[in-house]
Ligand binder design. Sequence first.
Ligand code: ADP
Ligand code: F6P
Length: 386
Amino acid sequence: MKAYGHAFRVPFRRAISGFAGLARHHNLLKKEWNVPMMRKIGVLTSGGDAPGMNAAVMSIARSAAAYGMPLIGIKHGYNGLLRKSTSIKDDLQELYLDTVLDIADQPGTYLRTARCEEFKDPKWREIAVQTLKAMEIDGLVVIGGDGSFQGAMRLCELGIPCIGIPGTIDNDLAYTEMTLGYETAVQVCTEAIRAIRATSRSHDRPHVVECMGRHCGDIALKAACATGSEIVVVPEVPWSVEEVASRLNKQIAKGNYRSTIVLAEGCWESMAPFDMYGFLTSHGKQCFEGEPMSAMRFASIMKRMCGMVEARSTVVGYTQRGALPVAKDSAFAFEAGNLAVRLLRDGISNQVIGVRQGKVFNMPIVDALKVEKHFRRDLYDLVNNL
Ligand code: ADP
Ligand code: F6P
């Protein structure tokens, strides 16, 4: 291992074991002689918040306490390491068990999260390293998405042992079958779409539902499957307004007037050029030139292209991110948090945690970030062609 923490700990532990003779367990040593076996670790949440982040922090805190490692919470993502706040308490905070037990099942992130553009600049990362050294933080757990992992990888290159826990509702990390928050986001969207489909059925009118997913359509696709929605539109697959109207018309021809069109928010990026202004104004609808496409505008266009009396739209939005984590996300958080601390304790770092074939595992960050995401085109075709 490259990290300095390992070089310090292993000979230190061996020396103590040798000297102690009969003492088999380090924990026993610590208990009886109060020998500091491990040094401090830190944890931060970065990027968009995700349900389950607090559960992971709780697990990290309990594990750190169990292994005798003090834990520092770093606030506002990487910003907390850059010492930009006037008060240190706004940047760094020792995490105690009773605090984390209170927040474990809460949505959002107690540590706060943020983007931190400065962290992409090596000069600022040097400051982060200085902060970590000054605080005697030997290792760091980073809970976030691929951007946050890029940051962790840079820190590893500077000799700071890091472990990444995937925390993003988007499920856009290819190396793992699960990311914290994705299952919850799908559940929230599924419940929203079920309710919407009930009212769509009552009125016999179509509905456009926009889910989150700037570059990844997984939430939209899974929620569409879970609800039996008729049409799904995602950033991964190029599409046109006319093509979706034709799919909707096929449903209408079958006697289904209450289709649900599930969109991922980033789908506008993969849409073929469409003259929304020309179309809407020629249909007597007010529109501003250059106005971006939206779920509401899209519903209005579908209504007119397909000759429906009405069409409505709903953006599920941030309710997906701020929801209580479902059991699957919390359970993953619990296991991942513990594994992260054990890896640091055992001198293994520069790793990310994930799920493979249903089992929690770890692999090098550098390799994980190289794995390419494969979109489930088969499922996409199934939803759209039934
Ligand atoms: P996510 O982690 O959810 O993908 P972002 O892509 O917004 O979210 O990244 C979160 C933060 O990670 C950024 O604001 C920045 O602080 C850090 N980060 C992202 N990319 C890099 C990079 N290439 N180098 C260093 N830090 C990065
Ligand atoms: O967490 C990922 C994500 O939810 C994306 O799907 C979405 O585009 C983005 O975050 C929005 O985050 P914010 O508005 O906080 O920048």
